[in-house]
Write a protein that binds this ligand. Sequence first.
Ligand SMILES: [Zn+2]
Ligand SMILES: [Zn+2]
Length: 128
Amino acid sequence: MKNQLTSHRKTVFEVVKESMDHPTARQVFDRAVQKSPRLSFATVYNSLKYLSESGLIKQVSFGEEAIRYDARLSRHDHLFCRVCHKVLDLMDIAIPTTNNFSLPKGFKVEEISLKISGLCESCQEVNN
Ligand SMILES: [Zn+2]
Ligand SMILES: [Zn+2]
């Protein structure tokens, strides 16, 4: 078992942990090079892939092109602003269970997530 993270992976992991805004790979890269200027985008991208596969961070997708990364592993859902693409955590929503649906026979549910889109406070001000 290799439990030790390489220093590049550790840097990338730290950046995601410090970022509560669900950054894209590009944003993680921009922040990681501040700490470790020799990092390449490919290294950051591969580290994010490794960290996601190891369960140390989560991938979140909002129907945009770019996947976002989330270091908050406890169960939570997301609010997505469709104008500025800000992502907010929603912690205390009642968790739907499979009892709430009539599932096709034989389907095994692995994950239930909820995405709520709308306008954040500052985007509403702009549009009013
Ligand atoms: Zn917004
Ligand atoms: Zn989140």
